[in-house]
Write a protein that binds this ligand. Structure first.
Ligand code: CMP
Length: 146
């Protein structure tokens, strides 16, 4: 069965790498079922990352995510959550370059904070975050970009 995950192209990758990332997403067999370019408010970024609120990097993370436009995407594919995480590679691009050199973070991310992309860590988070950012239940798996 098809699954959906939430992906975000973060502000550090929007100017230079967005088109290439969207191309890789399509080439990877994902349908882009929702797509929204937006500058996140502080409230939205804080709520979105609330699981990380006690981490030492939380305020830097929120600052970064609000620093410019992001692209929010709902990706649909079989096993989409795991497939997208594997395509992104590890959170830290230094590690990604060693363990997953072809991954998107290995290729495009700057450092562990400015790491180019986000992806939901499991199906429950995917549902919750899609609902939070898009405000409805996603039923279409039509590809908006084809
Ligand atoms: P993401 O997968 O969106 O989930 C949480 C984000 O916090 C992560 O990507 C990075 O942007 C950031 N992050 C995770 N670990 C660290 C860290 N050790 N230092 C700074 N930022 C981090």
């Amino acid at each position: 069965p098809k699954q959906q995950t939430l992906a975000i192209i973060k502000p550090d990758s929007m100017d230079e790498h967005r088109e290439e990332i969207l191309g890789e997403i399509r080439a990877g067999g994902f349908s882009i079922s929702r797509l929204k370019e937006t500058v996140l408010s502080r409230d939205t970024a804080e709520e979105f990352y609330r699981e990380h609120r006690d981490k030492p990097f939380f305020s830097q993370l929120v600052d970064f995510m609000c620093s410019g436009p992001c692209m929010l995407l709902v990706l649909t594919k079989e096993n989409a959550v795991e497939e997208w995480r594997s395509m992104m590679g590890p959170t830290d691009p230094g590690l990604a370059q060693v363990t997953a050199p072809g991954s998107l973070r290995a290729r495009f991310a700057l450092d562990i904070l400015h790491n180019s992309l986000h992806g939901s860590s499991n199906q429950e988070h995917a549902k919750e975050k899609i609902h939070f950012l898009f405000g409805d239940i996603i039923t279409s798996d039509r590809d908006l970009t084809s």
